[in-house]
Design a binder for this molecule. Structure first.
Ligand SMILES: *Cc1c(COP(=O)(O)O)cnc(C)c1O
Length: 424
């Protein structure tokens, strides 16, 4: 393979850094952890992306998981074209919001209502506001290593000890806001019990990613999930599954259905928009109908349920509904498992996987909690990253993000990944 040259990306990076903080619109895109300048992507087709210099990569980042069908899936592109021709924005009721809400709710048979937002961040904000209004309580319990968007109250995860009063992970977030966020380690029932013992009557909601995938892939035991759900119920706290990353990823159903757990509220994003900005919160009518205009919980959005964005989501979910994509993804996942040992034997990372999400970790440790991730493993990921780009593999530019497989990947793409992961 010819050596990769990136003069166009480098030139754009210089201009970007003069105009955008860090040259980016979202921090990890800056490539600060993996060194070098970011690559400027300009085209995506199937499982491949191309940068401004004409270098092609197999994409395992896929818009941070939004593109479960891969890039430019014909049904999705056609739906977006059609919708764009009919009107970019109405800011009014329209047919596709009824269609997409119905289709999304069909995957969550216990839920009755859905409210669209533009981002996962907003969906979580709305869900927490609803939970607080419905319970008349103020505190929330979250887990270290779970990401729920960039709203003040959930930008918390640091701290030590069993249960901590949240410490903001960002400047500009006042203690008054994070003081109502309790943080416990994932998988730790003792900490959950302590939280309920100390604050039981005050906890409005327990929020978690059912498959924590924003701080590495921290897969939890089924038994812990059940115990957590039971503790929340007992204390009168609502259970909020933040499925922005897991929703529609493992099948046309919620992750709760896989666990045999019915949460009270679910947030969706990423796949729901098929690559365009769509997110949502869903739940039973008695909760969701507390939203304005029916109820006293205010929430709104100029761009909420934008028709072009919804068209992409609707086309995506219609493909997923058939089930074929999930069978294909499982076959890819099994191929990844099958080659994982040989990859590790060649000095590559261990591959942790849950469905089509995978996490390459340069360690023998199987972390279940953010604090168990060895720092040197992250350093090795970051050091290996440049080589992956050279070998035409585009993975998330941070050791703490997970990779994704899509309907557009083929078995030989998985082989290329396994071949290319061991540092040269
Ligand atoms: C991506 C993500 C969010 C935030 O969604 P945005 O659309 O980026 O605001 C929230 N929760 C989880 C679990 C996510 O993966």
């Amino acid at each position: 393979m010819r050596s990769r040259a990136t003069p166009a990306s480098e030139a754009l990076t210089r201009r970007a850094r003069a105009a955008l903080p860090g040259g980016v619109s979202s921090p990890v895109r800056a490539f600060f952890k993996v060194g070098g300048a970011p690559i400027y992507l300009c085209r995506g087709q199937g499982a491949c992306v191309e940068d401004e210099d004409g270098n092609a990569y197999l994409d395992f980042c896929l818009g941070w998981g939004a593109l479960i069908l891969g890039h430019a899936r014909p049904e999705v592109v056609e739906a977006v074209r059609r919708a764009a021709g009919l009107g970019l924005c109405f800011g009014a009721a329209h047919r596709d919001e009824v269609e997409l809400a119905g289709l999304a709710l069909s995957a969550y048979p216990w839920a009755e209502r859905l409210r669209f937002t533009v981002s996962g961040t907003e969906a979580v904000m709305t869900a927490l506001r609803l939970a607080r209004a419905a319970t008349g309580r103020t505190k929330i319990l979250k887990f270290r290593g779970c990401y729920h968007g960039h709203a003040d109250g959930v930008l918390v995860g640091a701290g030590s000890g069993l249960v901590t009063q949240g410490l903001a992970e960002s400047a500009g977030v006042p203690d008054g806001v994070t003081g109502d966020t309790l943080v416990a380690p994932l998988g730790d029932l003792e900490a959950v019990d302590l939280a309920f013992k100390l604050y039981g009557e005050q906890i409005a909601a327990v929020i978690l990613e059912p498959v924590p995938a924003n701080n590495g892939l921290l897969i939890q035991d089924r038994a812990w999930h059940h115990a957590l759900a039971q503790r929340a119920r007992q204390a009168g706290a609502l259970l909020l599954y933040d499925e922005v990353i897991t929703g529609f990823r493992f099948g046309f159903q919620g992750y709760g259905a896989r666990l045999g757990i019915e949460p009270d509220l679910v947030t969706l994003g990423k796949i729901l928009g098929g690559g365009l900005p769509v997110a949502a919160v869903l739940g039973r009518a008695r909760l969701l109908d507390q939203l304005a205009p029916l109820g006293a919980v205010y929430q709104a959005g100029t761009m909420a349920a934008n028709p072009v964005a919804l068209a992409a989501g609707l086309a995506t979910l219609r493909v997923l509904e058939g089930g074929e994509v999930y069978r294909h993804l499982e076959a890819l996942g099994r191929a990844l498992d099958a080659g994982a040992e040989a990859c590790a034997a060649r000095g590559g990372p261990r591959i942790h996987r849950e469905g089509p999400m995978f996490w390459p970790l340069f360690s023998e440790v199987r972390p279940r909690e953010a604090a168990q991730i060895p720092a040197p493993a992250a350093a090795r990921y970051h050091a290996a990253y440049g080589g992956w780009l050279e070998r035409g593999l585009y993975l998330p530019p941070s050791a703490y993000e997970v990779g994704f497989l899509s309907a557009a990947h083929r078995l030989d793409d998985v082989d290329r990944l396994l071949e290319g992961l061991p540092p040269g």
